[in-house]
Design a protein around this ligand. Structure first.
Ligand code: LCS
Length: 396
């Protein structure tokens, strides 16, 4: 790359990072190296590659040129030391926790996180002696109060899935560091176009790239972006032994999606602001949670640490679960489906879908009410979206 990408704007970075012209052929689109293994010229070269004396590829679980391009691209967008691509967002979380915690270690996590992220910490890691405490991380004092001597990791999702609560990354980084712990931020909802947690003090960023980074609802993928070389080396060791790595074709598709990341995120956000205001004014809507609305409790914090409120929101229809279901059953343009961050609008019911694996009490105390509806606004024409909301709400 002729330019130092770190000095260029985010639009430019999302278009050019990881997209260098192929030196062998001049191909402008990145080549797809769909191979599991790489030939050595001699035994001596194979030994030098394994010992690390010589740079170069060995075996795709340990590294692949197409996957490496994607890792570099996302690291450039997030301002990290490098990237570790994973087969899913869940693999990004589990690989990081596996790499960073020891038996007896403790995690402090946001209470409102993607349902399975909470379940894997609460149930699966606990089986190996790594325990977690869940707190409302929009309350910085609650995070401080949950810290213990054995706390090694603070895990924050902001904005949170599906409540859209916003946590103060800088303040929580200071608390974590004062206790000798690391801060990992799940930046899936914002994307690096709207929020860069490493610049706010986070040690690790993770993504479900299934969402905005890929953006086309056709790939499941994840990424870990450590802030420092030391953390990159530490997590990489567990990454390729655990094997939760990425296939080259998956990486190629996400590289393609990344080129329009900034355009998609901004277009969806423009629509989302209009939808949020429209829903909030609708007589059948009880409340709307969207960080761009004056009614959002952390609106000022969101404006300070983010470059925009994004395109996810949650709301509740008057009449609770039944009324929400009546609306969801009648959407026409929007699609009733889980996932988010794609070019199309997706709407779902967390209590019975994405967060159904959480016990009801934990769900309610995390602010995920029975009637909460989550919508990921896409890039359709705003008039068409509002018309679909209107006709669906008429069935309530
Ligand atoms: N982190 C966040 C914030 C997520 O929303 C998800 C998935 C994950 C991690 C896990 O990523 P995955 O393994 O699925 O790539 N969220 C989903 C959701 O809200 N609906 O369907 C999946």
């Amino acid at each position: 790359m002729a330019h130092d990408l770190d000095k260029l704007g985010l639009n430019t970075r999302s278009i050019h990072a990881g997209q260098d012209i192929d030196p062998a052929t001049g191909a402008v689109a990145p080549p797809l190296f769909q191979t599991s293994t790489f030939a050595f010229e001699s035994c001596a070269q194979g030994a030098a590659r394994f010992s690390g004396e010589e740079a170069g590829f060995i075996y795709t679980r340990m590294g692949n040129p197409t996957v490496a391009r994607l890792e570099e691209a996302v690291a450039v967008l997030e301002g990290g030391a490098g990237g570790l691509a994973t087969g899913s967002g869940m693999a990004a979380l589990t690989t990081s926790v596996f790499a960073l915690l020891e038996q007896g270690g403790h995690v402090v996590s946001s209470s409102s996180v993607y349902g399975p992220s909470r379940v894997v910490l609460e149930r699966d890691f606990a089986r190996f002696g790594v325990t977690s405490t869940f707190v409302d991380s929009s309350d910085t004092e609650a995070v401080k109060a949950a810290m213990r001597p054995e706390t090694k990791l603070v895990f924050v999702e902001t904005p949170a899935n599906p409540t859209l609560t916003v946590s103060d990354v800088r303040a929580i980084a200071d608390i974590a560091h004062a206790h000798g712990a690391l801060l990992m931020v799940d930046n899936t909802f914002a994307s690096p176009i709207l929020q860069r947690p490493i610049a706010l003090g986070a040690d690790i960023v993770m993504h479900s790239m299934t969402k905005f980074l890929n953006g086309h609802t056709d790939v499941v993928a994840g990424m870990i972006i450590p802030a420092t070389e030391e953390l990159l080396v530490r997590i990489r060791k567990s990454h390729f032994y655990l094997g939760a790595v990425m296939d080259p074709h998956q990486a190629w598709l996400v590289l393609r999606g990344l080129r329009t990341l900034s355009l998609r995120v901004k277009a969806a956000q423009d629509n989302a602001m209009r939808v949020a205001e429209w829903l909030e004014a609708h007589p059948k809507v009880r409340w709307v949670a969207y960080p761009g609305l004056a009614s959002h409790p952390q609106r000022d914090l969101a404006a300070k640490q983010m470059d925009g409120p994004g395109s996810l929101m949650s709301f509740e229809v008057d009449g609770g679960v039944e009324a929400g279901a009546a609306m969801l059953d009648h959407v026409k343009l929007m699609t009733l489906a889980v996932s988010l961050g794609g070019i199309e609008t997706l709407i779902q019911h967390p209590a019975s879908m994405t967060h159904a694996a959480m016990p009801r009490e934990a769900r309610l105390s995390a602010g995920i009410t029975d009637g909460l509806v989550r919508v990921s606004i896409g890039c359709e024409d705003i008039e068409d979206l509002l018309a679909d909301f209107e006709q669906a709400l008429a069935h309530v």
